[in-house]
Design a protein around this ligand. Sequence first.
Ligand code: UDP
Ligand code: MG
Length: 316
Amino acid sequence: MRDFIELAVILPVFNEAKAIDKHFKIIYDTLKQFDSDIHFVIVDDGSIDDTWSIVQGLVKDYGDVKAIRFSRNFGKELAIFAGLESIDAQKYVIMDSDLQHPPKYIKDMLEVMDTENADIVEGVKESRGKESYIYKIVATSFYRLLESLTGLKLENSSDFKIINNRVVSALCAIKEKSLFFRGLVDWVGFKKVEFPFVVDAREDGTSRFTARTLIRLAFTAILSHTSKPLYLTIIASGIMFVLAIILGIQTLYNYVLGHAIGGFTTVIILILFSSSMIMFSLGIIGFYISRIYDEVKGRPRYIIAENHLRDEETHE
Ligand code: UDP
Ligand code: MG
């Protein structure tokens, strides 16, 4: 068996040249105070500033720092996965490099992990920190929509997490290309414990996510965790069918009373019923496409947490 290191810290970075040096030193010094067997993996998500040369400097200065550079900006989710896949450890810390996930909490998070015997410790935002009013409204509506469609409750969740190697193996077995890290950590199961923390303000610049990347991430979150929108037309077809019956009766009533223009009754009834039938068939097709989508994703059918299957453990 390979000799796993104790703790790996995964740090995705994107255009952080101005502060990465200072921030990394704070993270490094804080963590090294309580454990020496810690390695760091900095993943440069295709920065276009000087981030990479600074990161290379850090790799040279510290013996326990590794680094990966993407060929372009592939997004934070993939940067996290690249980090997880690059190193074997017992436990993994995933955190932002901008100190908004304060390293001072990690010691307590690790303790909670041990005492509760948990596989996942999830940093939960106690307050959402400084965010604009509009951002808050948009984010809240998105989380409501996500919850109603997928059942994922992620309103105050964050990517600030500690997960053990069982969880990492399960995550790395997922081969999808569009990934939403927080959703997948929820999907793989295992024992989770929440850890409330206060989000500090971003010290340098503003969020590296643009409105466009956030919208793209929101779509990925919904599309990769539910295929419900595909067959929602079934519900619309039901409503349409009820309306068709009501309007059909009214049209026939006018026809019997002689109020209708010639041929009009047939056209209305045909349109009403054929459109509800078309919607219904689209919904049926949607059901099949959603099954195909689930199969194509090729996620593991189940994930085993532990087993007692070996011969020596059976007593006869
Ligand atoms: N980040 C990344 N790729 C991106 C955007 C951000 O690796 O495309 C990194 C960024 O450098 C930081 C972390 O992800 O370490 C969180 O990003 P940021 O602080 O900009 O986002 P927010 O705090 O608004 O979630
Ligand atoms: Mg941040």
